[in-house]
Write a new protein. Structure first.
Length: 46
């Protein structure tokens, strides 16, 4: 579909970021972002 899309998403996935203490209030957003990235990758694979 889009060459390099998966690599770009994986490169920006929260799991790949260096471990820093999450700011309070941002954790739910980070989790939602991680879920969204996973869903996009899932759709991209299929």
């Amino acid at each position: 579909m889009y060459p390099g899309l998966r690599e770009a998403l994986e490169a920006t996935a929260p799991a790949e970021q260096p471990a820093t203490p999450p700011l309070e209030g941002l954790e739910p957003l980070r989790k939602a972002y991680a879920q969204a990235v996973e869903k996009v990758l899932e759709l991209y694979k299929n």
